[in-house]
Write a protein that binds this ligand. Structure first.
Ligand SMILES: [Zn+2]
Length: 546
């Protein structure tokens, strides 16, 4: 009968446990010295060896002939516990035995001395799943445990375990295991099992397992139907797109090349690649680029290790931090929604479309990402409207249509004009709109904060009047019928935040707009360079419509 690798290779002694020596050494020493606690709690993510260590400990404390703190694996106690004939070692899954009745039954049983071995051991897995009343019942035994009793609790979610329980247990934290360590272990097992596993493939499997040996072995199991496991075998078995394809995809995204992105994805799809896995791979790449960007010196330590540093640096130079964050957020959003959708292909396609065209995102981060790109372009002397209007696949990054040349507002009123003609035409002075009754859209754009200030100034107290020209203290903007005023927190804000003061601004704005205006006062956030940039971006947009 075929036995899954992770069962077959489940460690039988502390020494065989991979990558948790800080726990296993301590436990071995306690067994040797006979200084055992009556209750332990093992904490750590899935597949890091908590239950395995609990079983080893249960054997070690009962073993008739322990070897350097390890169970011998040969005596009656070890054999009996291994094959399940010793009923004094009980494993419970709290996920399915979470009620108070289960724990009460356990308590009644626990008072009796063990029948076959020295200690009765209860291993309670996923202990955080217990109900509150079950926890209380458990607490009663932990408070005064009989000498023959030992509890080993295991959990992935420490924060859900009551402090009263924690304080009575000896805690041991299981770490995620390093990729190289898992990879080495996989290579060792493959050798023992007699199949070929390339070093690259071992590393990929180890990365995919995210620090869990059990997951790594399950993945290896899935690949082991092949005689030779190369990196492409792993990609194919796991339905992964692979480094080359994911890198190419990010390149399309950076170039805003939606058509190519969709074509490539379609190919992968027809090839049997999985949509969710692909988005996760893309997210991992984005994350690595971001790490390199925000922590260029130490960032390499944080990288998943899947990509060449040169590749990552290339992308880091082409994408702003905000863009990366926004892209990761977009991918995550679609990944989340993939769980409930009937047509995953469409979902991934929508994700790619919005990644290629950041103007489609309306989240704050999407706006931030646009602001960041604008700022980068301003810094390099390139100003373009193209980041703010839907694009039609520009070939390279900066070959955008000139400012205003494709402004849709003009398209149906007048024949298209050349950029020269647009430039030659003098821009109307904002003051011209003041007296003229023009259509609303134009007035909205025309009434500026400066005009409102000018109008309101004579009515205002000197404190406020002197702050008006200082943008770092206050600024404002018309949004439809609303005048948004932003002020620095503190004294000025308090002065402004009065019915009569805000009323003066409302009157000034209303007389300029020719209709009623509502005023909303907000604080500048302390570190909010982004909010300011956002406002600048919005005003930039409005100016362009004049
Ligand atoms: Zn033994």
């Amino acid at each position: 009968m075929y036995q899954a690798l992770y069962r077959k290779w489940r460690p039988q002694t502390f020494d065989q446990v991979v990558g948790q020596s800080h726990v296993t050494d301590t436990l071995k020493n306690q067994v040797k010295a006979g200084r055992l606690s009556h209750s332990y709690i093992f904490i750590g993510t899935r597949g890091t060896g908590k239950t395995t260590c609990a079983r080893i400990l249960a054997k070690a404390v009962n073993c008739l002939d322990p070897v350097d703190g390890n169970p011998c694996g040969k005596c009656a106690a070890c054999v009996g516990i291994n094959d399940g004939t010793v009923l004094d070692v009980v494993e419970l899954d709290a996920a399915s035995n979470n009620g108070v009745d289960n724990v009460r039954a356990l308590r009644e049983e626990a008072v009796f001395s063990p029948a076959a071995v020295k200690k009765r051991v209860y291993i309670i897995d996923e202990v955080h799943m217990l109900s509150t009343s079950a926890f209380n019942a458990l607490l009663k035994i932990l408070e005064e445990p009989p000498e023959h009793l030992m509890f080993i609790l295991a959990t992935t979610e420490l924060q859900k375990v009551p402090a009263t329980i924690l304080s009575r247990c000896q805690r041991h934290s299981f770490h995620r295991i390093d990729t190289p360590q898992i990879a080495e272990y996989l290579e060792y097992i493959s050798k023992e099992e007699g199949f070929y596993l390339s070093h690259e493939a071992a590393e990929l499997i180890a990365r995919l397992a995210e620090g869990g040996v059990r997951d790594a072995l399950s993945l290896l199991d899935q690949c082991s139907a092949h005689d030779r496991i190369e990196i492409d075998t792993v990609y194919s078995v796991m339905g992964l797109a692979g480094k080359r394809r994911v890198t190419a995809m990010l390149d399309h995204i950076v170039r805003h090349n939606t058509a190519q992105a969709l074509t490539d994805f379609n190919e992968m799809w027809m090839d049997g690649r999985d949509g969710a896995s692909f988005l996760r791979e893309l997210s991992d790449l984005l994350r690595d680029v971001l790490m390199l960007k925000v922590a260029p010196k130490r960032g390499t330590l944080l990288l998943s290790g899947g990509y060449e540093p040169e590749t990552l640096k290339g992308f880091a130079g082409r994408m702003e931090t905000e863009e990366l964050i926004c892209a990761m957020e977009t991918v995550q959003k679609y990944l989340d929604s993939l769980r409930d959708v009937k047509n995953p292909k469409t979902t991934v396609e929508l994700c790619l479309i919005s990644l290629c065209d950041s103007t489609l995102g309306e989240s704050v981060n999407a706006l931030r990402s646009r602001v960041a790109r604008l700022e980068a372009q301003l810094a390099s002397g390139i100003v373009s409207r193209a980041d703010y209007v839907p694009q039609t696949e520009p070939e390279t990054e900066f070959e955008f249509p000139p400012v205003l040349a494709e402004e849709p507002e003009y398209m149906y009123e007048e024949p298209p004009r050349t950029p020269e003609a647009v430039e030659a035409e003098p821009q109307p002075e904002p003051e011209q709109h003041e007296a003229e009754p023009i259509d609303t859209a134009r007035v909205e754009s025309a009434v500026s904060w400066a005009q409102i200030c000018q109008k309101a100034a004579p009515e205002l107290s000197p404190n406020i009047r002197f702050s008006l020209p200082d943008e770092t203290k206050m600024t404002g903007r018309m949004d439809g019928d609303v005048l948004n005023i932003y002020a620095a927190p503190g004294f000025l804000y308090e002065r402004l935040n009065r019915q009569d003061v805000l009323g003066k601004f409302a009157q000034a704005a209303a007389s300029l707009c020719g209709r009623e205006v509502r005023v909303i006062l907000s604080e500048f956030k302390k570190t909010d360079g982004v909010q300011r940039s956002l406002d600048e971006l919005k005003s930039f947009k409005e100016v362009s419509f004049i």
